[in-house]
Design a protein around this ligand. Structure first.
Ligand code: MF3
Ligand code: CO
Ligand code: CO
Length: 328
């Protein structure tokens, strides 16, 4: 009896085929029509079956159906909802930090999903991504050139990778949403700078949260900082209002657009989650309709906090001593 081979990432041989030869991957297609120029990129792995959540965990409406019903939810939250969101935010922050500490080269992104799924349930919460618009897993794991919404699968994490983990908990009827990019082992100087600048971009955005000012201040602050480092700002994915629903209609752009002119009011809760790139800001979508990758294959990072507009400024509901990005 033989044991199953350990999963690995597919790797190109040192000597590459000629354009019209068979591809090295064994597809039987010509190299130029298959992997030419795509060596080293993240590829879809095998997604395991959806995991169950025990009966005693209170679930959001979409958990059973995968169908998301939207209703009007005030952008300004009551003090009672805000208190519940503080709790959900702190739980998400804690699980994110622990998940980041758990990441090791050689494990699969599915191993991280199992960890986050079990820990969330252990703490009495529902992992918000699970079955949200039919998303099949409990956390997003976005490696290297994956911008966001990477689905945990059989892909093995390697030394030198960067990986974004996006954790959201549903507890006491509200969501807490936060993410961070973690560096695995020996990461290049360029990628270290990418991760550092991305975290700084998030904080520049948070510092621009001032009651009475337009949301566009946030995007302006983020874009200015990214430009200083000649990095790109992804435009297709944005921050969002959040509360009893995972995503509400409040939109927070991460680049400057004067039309993003909603005035920030005390009691509003939304996320700031810039995705910054080493190359182009343009993206491609995989056939799974979730995984967004940079169009040029260059690396990208993301950080996310959930913030409350206060009478005088901002309270970061997912920051604090338990957080990966604890505060400034
Ligand atoms: N947590 C992500 C965000 O920051 C949303 C993930 S949606 C999912 O908005 F379905 F992919 F989980
Ligand atoms: Co979010
Ligand atoms: Co998120």
């Amino acid at each position: 009896m033989t044991s199953e081979p350990r999963p690995t990432r597919r790797r190109a041989p040192e000597v590459l085929p000629q354009s019209n030869d068979d591809c090295w991957c064994g597809s039987g297609r010509r190299y130029k029509r298959c992997h030419k120029g795509l060596e080293g990129r993240i590829e879809p792995g095998i997604v395991s079956p959806m995991r169950a959540v025990p009966d005693h965990i209170v679930k959001p409406g979409y958990a059973a159906t995968g169908e998301v019903t939207r209703w009007n939810e005030s952008a300004v939250k009551s003090p009672e909802i805000i208190e519940r969101m503080r709790y959900a935010g702190q739980m998400a922050a804690d699980i994110l930090r622990l998940a980041g500490e758990f990441v090791k080269p050689g494990m699969t992104t599915n191993d991280i999903d199992v960890f986050v799924h079990d820990l969330t349930i252990e703490r009495g919460a529902y992992p918000s991504p699970l079955n949200y618009h039919r998303y099949p897993k409990s956390v997003c794991t976005s490696l290297n050139e994956v911008i966001c919404h990477g689905i945990p699968d059989s892909t093995v994490i390697e030394d030198g990778d960067i990986i974004n983990l996006d954790v959201t908990c549903f507890v006491n009827g509200v969501h807490g949403d936060t993410n961070a990019t973690f560096m695995v082992g020996d990461v290049s100087t360029e990628d270290r700078l990418l991760v550092k600048v991305t975290e700084e971009c998030m904080w520049r955005g948070i510092e621009a949260v001032v009651p009475g000012r337009p949301l566009s201040d946030i995007g302006k602050a983020i874009e200015d900082h990214a430009k200083t480092h000649r990095m790109g700002v992804v435009r297709a994915f944005i921050g969002h209002g959040i509360g009893e629903q995972f995503h509400t209609d409040v939109q927070v752009l991460h680049y400057y657009d004067p039309r993003n002119n909603t005035i920030m009011k005390p009691g509003m809760v939304f996320t700031i989650e810039p995705m910054i790139t080493l190359g182009t800001w343009q993206f491609h979508m995989w056939d799974d309709d979730w995984t967004a990758v940079t169009a040029d294959g260059k690396r990208t990072a993301q950080f996310e906090h959930m913030v409350l507009v206060t009478d005088t400024g901002v309270e970061v509901l997912t920051a604090g001593p338990n957080a990966v990005s604890p505060g400034r």
